[in-house]
Design a protein around this ligand. Structure first.
Ligand code: MN
Length: 287
């Protein structure tokens, strides 16, 4: 099942080029009193929401995907966990270009650990990326985004996928420079997630998916998640050795080689096999 959030926070079930408006399925989410349980309420209740959505889909109003504004399929992650160096060829290109590595040791993912992007940076593909610090390199990074389905700590490689709800595409937009990643990569609009949540039953092996990114139609990144240093299972085990993950938390699993700059006016097209694809515009920031 492919579930999207669109327009004024409506819930859609994606079928081919159409969106079925199944917003009434959101009634399956119980109303909570303060303090809210950590995590995204839709993902926490995904099974009942998906069940209702399936029933509603039979008679749901149908819209063209191209006519709706797609938001991040997860509205309220508690954190966006990121793998900084998780493809060997990206490690190699970062070693060769001091602008990428910032002078840090760059041999293995465990040299850096994981980092967090602010949840306030999160947008869907229907909203443009708004570039800050235009004098710096602002780079694209396409990544498989893992959507965590339930509370998870100290997962093992063996049970890691039990905690996954599904997958999406993540763009880890990045200002290059010497500051901490949590500063340069957490700018408003610098965490793109979309086009929808593809539930895990549709992705038999997340560690064998082709992923690609084009800028204005020109291919910049084209690889496969089979080349990740830490695969999805290992990333979940690694992340939960330090962090508790909650429903809706996102793991951006690292980018393959081919990162490069974008500028206002560009269109980024990202695609991941079995998950989906989207186009997103790049604009200048206007305060
Ligand atoms: Mn990244």
């Amino acid at each position: 099942m492919k579930l999207c959030r669109f327009d004024n926070d409506r819930l859609g079930l994606v079928e081919g080029d159409d969106v079925l408006d199944v917003s009434a399925a959101l009634d399956a989410i119980p109303v909570q009193r303060w303090p809210l349980a950590p995590g995204d309420p839709l993902v926490l209740n995904l099974e009942s929401v998906a069940g209702r959505a399936r029933t509603l889909a039979k008679t749901a109003p149908r819209r063209k995907l191209s006519s709706v504004t797609l938001k991040s399929p997860v509205a309220n992650p508690t954190k966006i966990v990121n793998a900084p160096i998780n493809y060997q060829k990206h490690i190699d290109e970062a070693k060769a270009d001091p602008k990428l590595g910032g002078g840090r040791k760059l041999d293995h993912i465990t040299d850096w650990g994981l980092f967090l992007k602010a949840t306030s940076a999160l947008i869907g593909p229907g909203e443009p990326i708004r570039l800050r610090m235009p004098e710096r390199r602002n780079d694209h990074e396409v990544e498989l985004a893992v959507v965590i389905g339930r509370e998870c700590r100290e997962a093992t490689v063996e049970n890691a996928l039990d905690f996954v709800a599904g997958y999406a595409i993540g763009l880890d937009m990045t200002i290059r420079g010497p500051e901490m990643p949590s500063w340069r990569k957490s700018v408003d609009t610098y965490a793109v997630c979309g086009p929808w949540l593809t539930t895990k039953d549709e992705v038999t092996d997340p560690n064998n998916l082709r992923l690609s990114l084009k800028v204005n139609g020109e291919t910049r990144q084209d690889s496969t998640t089979a080349k990740m240093v830490y695969n999805v299972h290992q990333l979940i085990a690694y992340a939960t050795s330090m962090y508790t993950l909650y429903p809706g938390d996102l793991i951006f699993s690292g980018t393959p080689e081919g990162v490069g700059p974008v500028k206002p006016g560009d269109t980024i097209s990202a695609e991941i096999e079995r998950v989906g694809g989207f186009d997103i515009r790049v604009e200048a920031f206007r305060g």
